[in-house]
Design a protein around this ligand. Structure first.
Ligand SMILES: Cc1ncc(COP(=O)(O)O)c(C=O)c1O
Length: 389
């Protein structure tokens, strides 16, 4: 066979996917590794897509998304995220993931350094490397509530640094940036002339009722912030693949242009579903949020009672728990946990070097499964198991 592309071959396969496949072969497994809502897409959204398909919304659309959806998104960003965004700044993409990929595609030149959090959303360093950039990790510490420290960030900036990536509410840490920190981060980017890529796909999943989401773009006076949002988690629409970027006009133009050779346009039917989501009743969305809040409370209580260390997540669908692997690699610990205790979790190693010593559990499972999974995790941390011995 002829040679394959080196960049593509060298991309590491996600360990979460490996665990996912392994867990799927054991039907009784308590699945706490998953990163998607446990709820089906609310009925009015499915009905909206159905009606749109019947009405003929089945063809190609504009590269950057339907005008009607972008108008609605402009209103949503103003109301939920607290800043004005003209529809021309909004580019609809197949999921937040493509908005992130296209943004790196649009802004990175070979060798450009991107500051990425660890523990942080996996895929980011892979994307940056695939596109010729150089990922540089900044460490988030449990003792700081997993919030970035602007001084430590500043120390990592070189003349090759092009971009700072931030994520709030954060996967996997669950931290939610306070407004003052967000302002400082925008100012840091101003001082060093950096792009700020702000992943805010969990903007409406703030679980701690005393916390508030703060959008980076609220403080952006120099057109350097690109914000990324998604319908996946907030509306339980992971499989519909609808996300969007809000970007300064020249960047938004590039993102639209890049859609053409990548995918032509986002799915028209899915965009109509997204419109139904925005126009429909809020109660089903509220009910999902309330369920996540109850699960979070139960998870914190159970983990604490079981003697596990954690930083209570303020948002997202996740919680990081500190574990004692008894000398095993994180991945081996997760495999043994699956084998011995029938519980699957995401090993911290997938979240970069700063994830070592943690596992991520998902709040997207039934409450009883979460609490039972945590109890078994505590057992695995206490005793060295036979398989792992
Ligand atoms: C922080 C973060 N950003 C982006 C995404 C991408 O989500 P999607 O492509 O489904 O919108 C995810 C999904 O898990 C995520 O956790």
């Amino acid at each position: 066979m002829r040679r394959l592309a080196d960049q593509a071959v060298s991309l590491a396969r996600s360990e979460i996917r490996v665990l996912f496949d392994r867990a799927a072969t054991r039907p009784d497994t308590i699945r706490l590794e998953v990163g998607e809502p446990s709820f089906p897409t609310p009925e009015h959204i499915v009905a909206g897509a159905h009606a749109a398909a019947r009405a003929g919304w089945t063809g190609y659309g504009p590269n950057g998304g339907l005008d009607s959806l972008r108008e609605l998104l402009s209103a949503k960003v103003e109301e939920v995220d607290g800043y004005a965004a003209h529809p021309d700044r909004i580019v609809v993409t197949p999921g937040g993931m493509n908005a992130l990929f296209s943004t790196y595609f649009a802004l990175l030149n070979p060798g450009d350094e991107v500051l990425l959090p660890t523990p942080g959303f996996p895929n980011m360093d892979g994307m940056v490397s695939l596109l010729g950039g150089r990922p540089v990790f900044y460490h988030l510490e449990a003792s700081d509530g997993f919030l970035p420290d602007p001084e430590r960030l500043q120390a990592l900036i070189t003349d090759r640094t092009t971009m700072l990536f931030v994520n709030t509410p954060s996967n996997p840490t669950g931290s939610v940036f306070p407004a003052g920190l967000m302002r400082e981060l925008v100012e840091l980017c101003n001082r060093h002339d950096l792009w700020l890529l702000s992943d805010e796909v969990y903007d409406e999943l703030v679980l701690d009722e005393t916390a508030h989401h703060t959008a980076a773009a609220r403080y952006d006076e120099a057109d350097r912030v690109i914000s990324v949002y998604s319908f996946s988690k907030v509306y339980a629409m992971t499989g519909w693949r609808v996300g969007y970027a809000v970007a300064p006009p020249p960047v938004a133009d590039l993102l639209r242009k890049l859609q053409e050779p990548q995918l032509s346009c986002p799915s028209t039917i899915s965009q109509k579903a997204a419109e139904a989501a925005l126009l429909g009743p809020r109660e089903p969305i509220r009910a999902m949020l309330d369920a996540y809040r109850r699960r979070r409370a139960a998870a914190i209580r159970t983990a604490t009672e079981a003697g596990l260390e954690l930083v209570a997540p303020a948002g997202t669908l996740y919680m990081l728990v500190e574990v004692d692997t008894h000398g095993r690699s994180m991945f081996q610990f997760a495999l043994d946990l699956l084998e011995d205790q029938g519980v699957s979790v995401a090993p911290g190693s997938v979240f970069g070097p700063g994830g070592d010593g943690y596992v991520r559990i998902s709040l997207a499972a039934d409450r009883d499964r979460i609490t039972e999974g945590l109890r078994r995790l505590a057992v695995a941390c206490r005793e060295r198991t036979l398989v792992g011995a």
